[in-house]
Design a protein around this ligand. Structure first.
Ligand code: AMP
Length: 304
């Protein structure tokens, strides 16, 4: 049974202190499904783009064996657009523009063959749309959800409704504080567990990731890279590597979930080395595994 991914697909304009791109391939579902494609198949994509979405981007998704039956292409419609600017400290980003465009009237239809997918990744998009997809699924084994400040600020009640049905929530540190209305990350995460998820994974950019459940706290470092060009999509790529590995192994034991966190971080490290999805396009599973092993060694030391 497959891995279902829903979320934004879009065109991004990104400015960093080093470079500027326009109309780059972006969107949460894009990064998630490309990252997951290194681990597993089939990947079933649900989303929407406009007529202006370049054919080469569709070709890339197809090349990664992502099933596009659930991707609607709206004639005359305009694709989701986002623009962001990074500060010299690449952990800090300003959103300059968010245009929902075809997502505003999107009515997601989950194709019949997608409905029994055992793993579902609700990538960043309006929680109302995430819910519309989730209710069409038949008894998924694991539901992972990502969201961001944009939706926490605008659709908090809808998001809280959705979280009742989510097993694992992936968000970044500032979003964790915002969602829980609590400055301390651990307290905030525990508060969010009361909303429904069994596990929260907090992404902390170059400071790694923190997994928190009722009885576990697990901290993973970020891969120490000397050249970070574009952090866009790192969080989504993390989610894709994470759920791709879980789907491949079909094992939801906490130790395996911790391994999935390291695989998620591994994929995110490839993403930030280049612009847009470029860093994810030309790797292979061997390189992924080599870096995964380096990751394991990062915080290994001998016991006394
Ligand atoms: P990340 O850097 O992981 O937070 O993800 C960046 C990607 O998220 C970009 O490629 C954007 O196209 C997409 N994105 C930005 N804002 C939103 C939003 N409000 N809803 C859905 N996707 C978004």
């Amino acid at each position: 049974m497959g891995l279902l991914v829903v979320g934004s697909l879009g065109l991004d304009d990104v400015t960093t202190p080093f470079y500027k791109t326009e109309n780059a391939l972006g969107g949460a579902a894009t990064y998630i499904s490309i990252a997951a494609s290194y681990f597993t198949s089939p990947i079933y994509l649900v989303g929407v783009v406009g007529e202006d979405f370049p054919k080469e981007y569709i070709d890339l998704l197809e090349k990664k064996n992502i099933d596009l039956e659930g991707l609607q292409i709206i004639e005359g419609g305009k694709t989701f657009r986002w623009a962001g600017k990074y500060h010299y400290d690449l952990n800090v980003r300003d959103t300059l523009l968010t245009e929902l465009n075809v997502f505003e009237n999107f009515d997601p239809v989950v194709p019949e063959k997608y409905k029994k997918s055992s793993y579902v990744c609700l990538g960043n998009i309006d929680p109302v749309l995430q819910m519309k997809v989730l209710v069409q699924m038949i008894d998924p084994k694991c539901v992972v959800c990502d969201t961001m400040n944009y939706w926490i600020e605008r659709q908090k009640n809808e998001l809280l409704e959705l979280l009742k049905k989510v097993d694992i929530l992936i968000i970044n540190d500032s979003e964790t504080r915002l969602l829980a209305n609590e400055p301390n990350l651990i307290k905030a995460a525990k508060h969010i567990l009361d909303f429904g998820p069994e596990i929260i994974i907090i992404k902390k950019g170059e400071h790694g990731a923190l997994l928190i459940s009722r009885d576990t706290i697990f901290s993973a470092p970020a891969y120490p890279l000397e050249s970070i060009y574009d952090p866009t999509g790192a969080g989504d790529t993390f989610a894709g590597g994470f759920i791709g590995y879980l789907h491949k192994t079909q094992d939801l034991n906490i130790d395996n979930i911790k391994r999935a966190v390291i695989y998620g971080s591994t994929m995110a490290s490839f993403c930030v080395e280049q612009f847009s999805t470029k860093g994810l396009e030309e790797i292979d599973y061997l390189r992924v595994n080599d870096r995964y092993r380096e990751f394991l060694n990062l915080s290994k030391c001998n016991e006394l």
